[in-house]
Design a binder for this molecule. Sequence first.
Ligand code: NAD
Length: 532
Amino acid sequence: MKVMVSDQIHGAGIELLKKEAEVEVAIGLDKEELIDRIKDKDALVVRSATKVTRDVLEAAEKLKVIGRAGVGVDNIDVKYATEKGVIIVNAPTASSITVAELTMGFMISMARNIPQGNASIKAEKWEKKKFLGIELRGKTLGIIGMGRIGSQVAKKAKAFEMNCIAYDPYISKSIAREIGVEIAESIDEIYKNSNFITLHVPMTEHTKHLINKDAFDKMREGVYLINAARGGIIDEKALYEALKSGKVAGAALDVFEKEPPFGNSLLEIDNFIGTPHLGASTEEAQRFASTIACEEVLKVLRGEPPLNVVNMPRLSPDALNRLKYNINLAETLGTFAIQMVEGRIKDVEVVYCGTLAEEKHKDILTNAILKGLLNEILSESVNLLNAPVVAKNRDIRITEGKREDAGKYDNMIVLRVKTDLEETVLEGSSYGIETKIVSVNGYSVELVPKGRMLVVHHEDKPGMIGRVSTLLGEQGINIGAMQVGRKEKSETQLMIIFVDHKVNKEVLEKISGIEGVKKVFSLNMGDGNESY
Ligand code: NAD
């Protein structure tokens, strides 16, 4: 077997590869050289520098697997690799401990003024009184996001005898209890009770500027804040003001809205500390990224199932071709549902109807639903292979059923998502390349889910459409299209409004405040799910 390593990776992974394969390490190749040398390789290992484009993949006649020593795969044409049957594996867990340790480092540094004390002594000052610190013991740590890194932080903070509370609306309470962390019912509980707050959520439309002026207003006086997740989760202008006013006693950031953050006024503040995106920069994390990716590559070459698969070339090309629009439909239903559900997901029930009732690859469709549900909230990429494992780790129960009757449609998927608070039921059908949602919580609709939309539950009485659209107009939000769904013998209607712009929280609150509006959700379906 021939393996090529085309980016600088830790040597431990290369040693692993050498035990079972002929390894060529060729770093810094230009595109032509890469195309030339990849021809006879069974595997390629990269970090982020090598661009694995369509023409590289076309030349790679024997390629079976690409290993990414890290997480993101923006440098790889995943779609084309999938079409070609090339498996992509990565190493999403490699840096969790490393980032958690940096977080602890930030916490101790702030509690004891270590960076400031260091700068002072180097300036030949002896300012013992100025740098009076506090202990971590007995303090409350609020963790926002209890995934891989958040749970490692909790473990370490407990060893420092801190009280840990966590806000993560997507993990089950039993999982949090296993880690020994109290789950907060709302993010406000974290703000109200924490001496230290640390962020470990992915950067999404929903978490952008999660920590803004509003959030700072709700925090305790003298709180300490840490962000080693992603730049943009904190509104840096609001943080600057909060540090200046003393509301925030100290802040430590490894990540910034703009990197490098030169010229950022935060850097002028004494009780602010920053690092140049060092979260994953340890010898061990680099080694793990390399060994995990190379071990995964070897598994594929040996014919064993890898653990961290990014894409899904498991189906035969025929099956993939036959199912691709149904996979899109399934994923779309998941993406739609996650933006509407309230509470922690407990059960996902799927019923395949009409021609899909006898489909032998229903598992792939169910996995696509889970992918849609989970991808929105996790930083790792959830895919058609790992989706059930990710769901199981989150205590989500999945059931599949089938029904011959698909009403007026040829095929239909019914998705029921139950949380600890409520349930959401969607029905969707695909016709050729067209994906349609045909029912939302029992209201008949005919939606092609693309772009931004508002889903409004409201009382069935005159004037509602006018009130909501006038309000949107006043806010400068253009309406592209609108549908109203009605149920027999129901006092509630469903209005779905396609909008041209993002509807912010303030506008959503105004819509909720209209008399007769019961609930409103803002959804972003992007360009529609077009993974295949
Ligand atoms: P993960 O996917 O394992 O966990 C993310 C958690 O956030 C999940 O449990 C999810 O349910 C939760 N979540 C999603 N939206 C939420 C919301 N609105 N409120 C509360 N919780 C929410 O991710 P991870 O591996 O633990 O990574 C966490 C963050 O750290 C990511 O942003 C990742 O990009 C970042 N990271 C940074 C570095 C660095 O160099 N500083 C290195 C690795 C990872």
